[in-house]
Design a protein around this ligand. Structure first.
Ligand SMILES: [Zn+2]
Length: 216
């Protein structure tokens, strides 16, 4: 079993936990798009590695060493994204897939050097926190744009989805981290929001988009 696969399972468990979802074999199978027997098999391997606590028919949890290992993979991922955007000039919609590959490299020094060159950033280009080299970070909790009412004025701090499709849509509408929205109207039918921001007036965003924009 390649290490990369184990690391991807570890990340999936970590993200389920962060999203306050119960980490069951079913949930993990769904997250990884594989069958339950495949997950069961992998979970035993992760348990042998000391990364997770596993008892039959009970939700899984990460051990402290599993938690740290996951945070360090995410550190590599997010530093790569930041480096590609800040230093190499990539768009925020272009970097996730590259980071998915880079995060499995074992050359820790490379990422420490990126961190240093970037000036030790605490967030990535999508507003997600970057763990430090000990796997520690401060997680800020933001509200989703769709939870606000007419008249609210909020600032975009992070996106809850770094898919090319969403980020391209935001690019087309000139929306980036730091954009300040004023909610002008919410359609009763489907919760589409009508927003003003910068020089843009009465721009509409669907509820599917608004649910993915993290603001304060
Ligand atoms: Zn990413």
């Amino acid at each position: 079993m390649p290490t990369q696969t184990k690391e991807n399972y570890l990340k999936a468990i970590y993200f389920l936990k962060i999203n306050h979802e119960e980490v069951t074999i079913t949930a993990l199978g769904k997250a990884m798009a594989v069958s339950k027997p495949t997950v069961n098999n992998m979970v035993k391997k992760l348990s042998d590695k000391g990364w997770i606590n596993y008892e039959k028919y009970r939700p899984l949890s990460l051990t402290p060493s599993g938690e740290k290992a996951a945070a360090l993979i995410i550190r590599k991922h997010r530093l790569t994204e930041m480096f590609l955007v800040q230093i190499m000039g990539f768009g925020w919609e272009e970097v996730h897939q590259i980071a998915e590959e880079m995060e499995h490299l074992k050359t820790e020094g490379l990422f420490d050097r990126m961190d240093e060159i970037l000036g030790y950033p605490t967030t990535d280009p999508h507003g997600s926190p970057i763990p430090d080299k000990h796997g520690k970070y401060n997680r800020k909790t933001y509200a989703i744009l769709s939870s606000f009412g007419v008249g609210a004025k909020v600032t975009l701090r992070a996106v809850g989805d770094s898919s090319v499709a969403l980020l391209t849509l935001l690019n087309e509408k000139n929306i980036r981290l730091g954009t300040v929205f004023t909610i002008m109207k919410i359609e009763a039918f489907d919760k589409t929001m009508v927003l003003n921001y910068g020089d843009h007036k009465a721009i509409t965003l669907s509820n599917e988009v608004c649910k993915r924009l993290l603001v304060e």
